[in-house]
Ligand binder design. Structure first.
Ligand code: AMP
Ligand code: MG
Length: 407
């Protein structure tokens, strides 16, 4: 049997980051920046008030106090958006709003709370520091400064920064488009009634969500019956929008394992047994005119999900151009003993928590590959090496962290 590591290497073979494209800002959310972004102007672009109040010459207020306020005539209002062409004469003031340009000559803004909020004249009860409540030009970003480096992941704050420097489009590596389809004539859309022998289709929901979490644009195709023609037609239809195709089911040794049957014939998809539990039967290769990568995962829900995490997620991340490709692992103390098959790497479902400042992991339920309930109550996979057959209670294990939701 092939090792997990060798299979992962083969899965990643020939996979490269997608070519950069020019995207509108919101379409770039979650993508990796493929250019260096330089601010064409300073931010702030002009000295402006950080507080609603009064623009002043600080020297006029040297002796202002609660008991002896200084009264100044208010020469006008400066709302946000007013062109920055006003100037302030000593001995006067102007009412100014947050974000409005500070008039020439003013060297402080007095918060409205320090005053009687007068409109024609204002009484000011405190002395401001020089420069108080003025946001200086370029104090955030200098004109010509590099604000984002190539390779930055574009989250909400980065998109905000791009917009602030006036960008409406940005060159980035797009998210890989991942098409997820499930094969099986026993499958029924959730929400539909079940006839005897039928089950609600669940893999494609888990894997579409997992692909999104990995950073992909994921499309759930849903159910394809175990019929060679239907499978081929569906694959052909989906190739147009796919950078990567994931299928589940139909890859073991059954008579109706149509994925294996159909794709083996193409000659570009290889089916192998990988020394792991769950997830032994794996297929990978390429299809279609653009040699689109395809991963055919086993149908059992836990096998499908674990296979996705171990093999497909790294492929998606390489297409995105992000590191690390694989999930982070931690070392944890295992609370309970459990066994593991000889010669296979086991990915056992577990619940990772922190107790007394150290990681503790509890195996969750039995390790059969159809147990969707246990999988849904795990937050990690306990990775048991091939040669280990017994994990003792209190033993130290490697844990692949699936989510940061620790208790
Ligand atoms: P297969 O790999 O097609 O032989 O399927 C293995 C097992 O997984 C069978 O019990 C299937 O009914 C089940 N299975 C396959 N595909 C799905 C799916 N998309 N959702 C839920 N269970 C599935
Ligand atoms: Mg099947």
């Amino acid at each position: 049997m092939k090792s997990v590591d060798d299979h992962l290497q083969d899965c990643l073979e020939g996979i490269t980051a997608l070519e950069a494209i020019d995207l509108q800002l919101l379409d770039a959310h979650g993508c990796i920046l493929a250019e260096e972004v330089v601010a064409p102007w300073a931010i702030p672009g002009f000295d402006n008030a950080s507080h609603d109040g009064y623009a002043v010459h600080a020297a006029d207020l040297a002796n202002a106090s609660e008991s002896a306020p200084v009264e100044l005539p208010v020469m006008g209002d400066i709302p946000a958006g007013r062109p920055a062409t006003l100037s302030l004469q000593p001995g006067t003031t102007m009412r100014i709003m947050t974000g409005a340009p500070v008039p020439d000559g003013a060297d402080a803004v007095v918060p409205v709370e320090w005053t009687d909020a007068g409109i024609a004249n204002v009484k000011i009860k405190r002395t401001p520091d020089l420069g108080a409540h003025i946001r200086r030009i370029g104090s955030d970003v200098l004109g010509g400064e590099q604000v984002l480096a190539e390779g930055t992941r574009l989250g909400p704050a980065q998109l905000g920064l791009l917009a602030a420097v006036g960008r409406d489009r940005v060159v980035c590596r797009p998210k890989p488009r991942v098409v997820v389809l499930s094969t099986g004539s026993e499958l029924v859309e959730p929400g539909m009634p079940l006839l005897p022998g039928q089950i609600s289709e669940s893999n494609s929901f888990a894997l579409t969500a997992a692909a999104k979490e990995a950073g992909a644009l994921a499309y759930r195709v849903g159910i394809v019956l175990d019929d060679p023609r239907k499978l081929l037609d569906t694959l052909e239809d989906q190739l147009i929008r796919a950078d990567l195709i994931v299928t589940t089911g139909g890859v073991s040794a059954g008579a109706y394992d149509v994925v294996k049957e159909v794709l083996s014939r193409l000659g570009t998809v290889e089916f192998e047994k990988v020394a792991m539990q769950p997830g032994m039967p794996q297929g990978r290769g390429t299809i279609g005119p653009d040699s689109t990568p395809i991963f055919t995962l086993p149908g059992n829900p836990v096998s499908a999900y674990v296979s996705f995490e171990v093999f497909v997620r790294p492929v998606i991340r390489r297409m995105l151009g992000v590191e690390p490709l694989v999930r982070p692992t931690v070392r944890a103390v295992c609370s309970d003993a459990f066994s593991s098959p000889d010669g296979k790497r086991q990915f056992a479902r577990g619940w990772l928590s922190v107790e007394d400042g150290r990681y503790v992991v509890r195996p969750v339920g039995a390790q059969s590959s159809h147990l969707v309930n246990d999988l849904a109550h795990a937050n990690c996979l306990i990775v048991v090496p091939e040669q280990v057959t017994d994990v003792p209670a209190g033993g130290t294990v490697t844990v692949m962290v699936l989510e940061r939701r620790l208790s």
